[in-house]
Design a protein around this ligand. Structure first.
Ligand code: NAD
Length: 479
């Protein structure tokens, strides 16, 4: 976004309508997904966090851990929201904290407390000046930080995916239920405009009964991101692509369609099968780049993840989902977002966005009418402002605003810990299926039966929409 687009006055009244922690004993991972410990799969739910409303927080004091590419943008976005104070900042590298402080200053915000080093995040989680820990860190830190934050009486918003193993998924569920603290995964794609439109259209029955859905994360990250020394800190994301096969990043494609299918709220994932190609590009690329730059020598001759993972999920109500993951071949970006029902269908990628109620896609002018009629209230309320603030076309800001508004009004969050666990668990389970010639693998019911009664995510803004966006005339921090 250009700086001058940010330079408009915004004083809108929006209220009219917006460890190293030891593994807990409860969650010892077994090699077979059909065989979880009694406390998890077969145990009873301690407390149902679906629909749970925590006590209202007039001001949400946020501690942000991880101030890299995603985290530094989050500092900027969250600074626009009234009723928010960013009270603590943490990164392994102190200079990143210093940069984020500059953003706060430019946004007219007070200085935050600083934490750094490998384990500074623990002190942040223990701080009495934080209500919500917001964690855009490398994947291996998501669950340790989330669990420790909840144990220290904080709500937590954790970047995607929330966990890397089934064990970690259960840690999140058990800790959230025990502490009655929200654990929301920051699945921003659920707030993209077409995804919101199609979720509401599904609710209104326009597609009839959904039968099948498809999602993906197809995004060529290879040259410009994975092998870029100035992108992911300590090359963490390239390292994540070594020695494993499976869908490493399932939630962008899966979250929005899982909401349409009422997963954990009327239906649930039952089992999956997964298949993976070999790697035809990453190892070659590593060798090519290392021939010119010794820095990359350690990445040569590694067993890189196969390029394309395809996973099929079957739900309890016998619907199917196709999910793909490919970050290393040369093709255009896609999350697919296909919904196929008895009365209609939707598909976002490859563009243009399309809707059909029969044999042919409807015309653009008719799609525009559907946008007007069926976009849920949050879009009219905050959509235009979100486009101005930015973040993947606005969806990031819609997500942040909604999270804060729910916490300030004591409303249940749109995504709960069961969503975080069941959308993220596709990573370890797809790995298990790929490793066993695509064997069928059961998917745990993290709700332990409550999926049958849980209500779908609320698409109204009832009880909320009181959170305003700050007047600002400052430039986006250019550090
Ligand atoms: N939802 C989205 O659209 C989206 C987009 C990009 C990234 N992400 C997610 O955001 C997260 C961060 O990704 P990124 O692209 O910003 O990566 P990044 O490498 O730019 O940022 C990660 C930050 O975490 C810091 N860090 C590492 N170890 C730490 C520790 N022990 N304590 C404190 N800080 C530590 C790093 O120094 C770095 O600044 C990832 O989980 C990624 O999947 C989500």
């Amino acid at each position: 976004m250009k700086l001058n687009r940010r330079n408009f006055l915004r004083n809108l009244s929006l209220g009219t309508g917006a460890l190293t922690i030891g593994l807990p004993a409860f969650a010892k991972e077994k090699t077979n997904s059909e065989n979880f410990s009694p406390n998890s799969k077969n145990g009873k739910q301690r407390f149902n966090m679906c629909g749970y409303a925590a006590p209202k927080l007039e001001t949400v004091r946020i501690g942000i851990i991880g101030l890299g590419m995603r985290g530094s943008d989050a500092v900027n976005r969250l600074s626009y929201i009234d009723g928010v104070e960013i009270t603590a900042l943490c990164d392994k590298y102190a200079d990143r904290v210093t940069n984020a402080q500059k953003t706060l200053e430019k946004m007219g915000r007070s200085k935050a407390k600083e934490f750094s080093g490998n384990e500074g995040w623990k002190a942040l989680c223990e701080s009495n000046e934080v209500d919500l820990v917001y964690s855009p860190t490398p994947w291996h830190l998501h669950t340790p930080i989330a669990v420790y934050a909840m144990q220290n009486d904080k709500h937590v918003a954790v970047e995607v995916p929330a966990s890397k193993t089934i064990d970690e998924c259960w840690q999140l569920v058990e800790t959230s239920e025990q502490t009655k603290k929200h654990c929301m995964m920051l699945e921003n794609c659920c707030y993209d405009f077409f995804e919101l439109l199609t979720l509401n259209m599904t609710r209104q029955g326009l597609f009839g009964e959904l039968v099948h859905a498809e999602g993906a994360y197809i995004h060529d990250l290879s040259k410009d991101w994975l092998f870029n020394k100035n992108a992911y800190a300590d090359m963490w994301r390239l390292k994540e692509n070594i020695g494993v096969n499976g869908n490493l990043y399932p939630t962008h494609g899966l979250g929005p369609i899982a909401q349409c299918l009422n997963i954990n709220r009327g239906d649930k994932f039952d089992h999956l099968v997964s298949m993976q190609t070999a790697d035809f590009s990453l190892n070659n690329l590593a060798n090519e780049i290392a021939a010119k730059d010794d820095f990359f020598k350690e990445f040569t001759n590694q067993s890189f993840r196969g390029n394309m993972n395809t996973t099929l999920i079957k739900t309890e109500k016998e619907k199917t989902i196709l999910l793909q993951h490919d970050v290393s071949t040369a093709r255009p970006y896609s999350r697919i977002h296909l919904l196929s029902g008895t009365k209609g269908a939707a598909q976002k990628w490859p563009g243009p966005e399309r809707i059909a109620f029969g044999h042919s896609w409807i015309k653009k002018i008719e799609l525009d009418e559907l946008y007007k009629k069926y976009s849920p209230p949050i879009v009219a309320h905050i959509g235009e402002i979100a486009k101005e603030v930015g973040g993947h076309g606005g969806m990031d800001f819609i997500m942040d605003w909604r999270l804060i508004d729910c916490l300030r009004n004591g409303l249940p969050l749109d995504q709960d810990v069961y969503d975080a666990a069941s959308w993220s668990c596709i990573t370890p389970l797809s790995q298990k299926s790929v490793a066993t010639k695509s064997r069928s693998i059961d998917i745990p019911d993290f709700t332990r039966g409550s999926w049958e009664k849980n209500k779908p995510t609320d698409l109204t803004l009832n009880g909320g929409a009181t959170t305003r966006v700050r007047k600002y005339s400052t430039k986006k921090a250019d550090n």
